[in-house]
Structures are given as structure tokens and as C-alpha cells.
Design a protein around this ligand. Structure first.
Ligand SMILES: [Zn+2]
Length: 280
């Protein structure tokens, strides 16, 4: 998982262009609502700078207004495509295709961090759009707040993340079909110095998106990828191979970041001498 960059420019300008591109009665109705929507945008923009978005209350819109507001996102207007492209292109190139919520899949969808069913006025607000994978988007649903009012999911535009790894990986080796393969499990561990309250949000995020199990289910594929990279080196000794893999991991960590689950898994696999011996 990794932080997201917000696109530059006032989110209202994208809204104005999207509404301006609409013809007919819907365009007229949305233009008439623009002042009210802009006031809501000001509330959200302010909350984002204070990281206090959990306290934003829903606003009352009638069914017709809701439909018009949601249509801003559901249409295929060029201005909406432009907004989505701007969000994606603003991200770091090497990781822009990775879902920030899980770090596993690519992004094929946009999640509305604040659910658009509850906050239709933010359906095309650039801060509220998170490029993510369909699995995360489906699991996240509309449960953005917990019963105690705390947020459920990490907001990668604003929330602080640990600087140090927070995934503890356990590996046991078993032999299948004559080959040594790992049985892997992942656990969350709060890095020293990272605030307990902030970590509670991360724990909730992991729980709701079922991330530990999803990493476990992907672990064998990643093990094979690392083994293939190691075998391709055709190293003669464990020490030579270890040095190669250390450099490889260092490069991958620069690209994926220290919090990525693949980095945690690779680091753990490399600690096991029998794994290195199998790759000679
Ligand atoms: Zn995802």
C-alpha cells in the first residue's frame, strides 16, 4: 500500500466542467445546484486539509437531485474521463497501476471513499475518487464509518502510514511433490513509535478488506516469482545468490515501498538458507 497524490487544481473546476458539458434539462438543474454543491466542496476541501473528514455530515438531497448528482459520475462524458486520467497520471509512474488499498491488484475502478449513495454531491470530487481494484471496491462497499464514528478504511490521500514495515510473515517449509514449498501466514504488527489510534485504522482496513488472507492466497505465486528470479541468476554459491537477492529486494522496495506485502514476503523467504540452496 502506498500514499496517493492529490491532483493539483481546485476540485470545483472539474465539477464545473463536468456540469457544463451536460445539455438539456439535467444540465440546467445541475447548474442551478452548483452554488450549493460548491459549498459542500468547500466543507470537504477544508476537512481534507485538517484530516477530519470522518465528521462530515450527510446533506439532504431529494431523489431527483440525487439522480442528477450521481449522473455526473455515471455518464461517459469526456470531462469525467479527463478527471479520471488526471488522477491516475498524477500518481508515481512505477506504482500507478497497483491498487493502494491492497497492493495486490491493478486498478480497474474508482472507489468513492465517502460512498456516493450517502454523499452524491462528492461523486466527482477528485479527493473522493480512489483508483482501486474491483475486489477492494466490492469489499469496501458503503461501510465507511464504524459504529463508534471512526473511519473504517485508510484514506491514502491523507492518512499517515508507518515508515517501517508492519507485516510480520511466518514461513514453514513443507515438501510437496519432492519440492520444498512455503506455508505462509501474515500478521499485522504495529511498528514502534507509530500511534496506537492511527494503527487501529490500519487494523480495521486490513480486517474489512480481508488482506491477511488475500496475501496468504497470493503467497505461492510470489514465492514462484522470487524463485524464478533466483534460479535465473544461476548462482554458484548461497552467498552470491543472497547478495543478488538483497540487491533485487532493495530495488523492489524502492519501487513498491517498505509497506508492500511482497517486500515483507521476499525479505522473509531470503532469510531461509534452504530456500537459497534450492535456487542454486
Ligand atoms: Zn485492491
Amino acid at each position: 500500500m502506498h500514499k496517493l497524490r492529490r491532483i493539483s487544481g481546485d476540485p470545483t473546476s472539474y465539477l464545473t466542467r463536468i456540469i457544463g458539458s451536460k445539455n438539456g434539462p439535467r444540465g440546467g438543474r445541475l447548474s442551478a445546484m452548483l452554488g450549493r454543491i460548491s459549498m459542500r466542496y468547500a466543507v470537504l476541501n477544508g476537512a481534507y486539509t485538517r484530516t477530519g473528514i470522518g465528521g462530515i455530515k450527510v446533506s439532504t438531497w431529494n431523489d431527483g437531485q440525487k439522480e442528477d448528482l450521481l449522473h455526473c459520475y455515471e455518464s461517459t462524458a469526456a470531462e469525467l474521463v479527463n478527471l479520471k486520467n488526471s488522477i491516475i497520471n498524477r500518481q508515481i509512474e512505477e506504482i500507478r497501476d497497483i491498487c493502494p488499498y491492497c497492493g495486490i491488484g491493478g486498478h480497474g475502478q474508482f472507489d468513492h471513499y465517502m460512498p456516493k449513495a450517502k454523499f452524491p454531491e462528492f461523486s466527482v470530487h477528485s479527493y473522493n475518487l480512489v483508483p482501486c481494484c474491483d475486489k477492494c471496491n466490492g469489499l469496501k462497499g458503503e461501510a465507511w464509518l464504524q459504529t463508534n464514528g471512526a473511519r473504517t478504511f485508510i484514506n491514502f490521500y491523507i492518512d499517515s502510514l508507518p515508515a517501517a514495515p508492519m507485516l510480520d510473515v511466518q514461513v514453514q517449509w513443507v515438501v510437496k511433490n519432492g519440492k520444498r514449498v512455503p506455508k505462509v501466514s501474515f500478521h499485522l504488527a504495529r511498528p514502534t513509535g507509530f500511534r496506537t489510534e492511527s494503527f487501529a485504522l490500519i487494523e480495521s482496513h486490513f480486517r474489512k478488506l480481508n488482506l491477511l488472507d488475500r496475501y496468504k492466497n497470493q503467497a505461492h505465486t510470489e514465492f514462484l516469482a522470487l524463485r524464478d528470479a533466483a534460479l535465473g541468476r544461476k548462482a554458484k554459491t548461497v552467498e552470491t545468490l543472497r547478495k543478488f537477492l538483497e540487491n533485487y529486494l532493495e530495488q523492489r522496495a524502492k519501487t513498491l515501498g517498505p509497506l508492500n506485502w511482497r517486500i515483507a514476503l521476499y525479505s522473509k523467504l531470503m532469510e531461509h538458507r534452504p530456500f537459497l540452496q534450492d535456487c542454486l
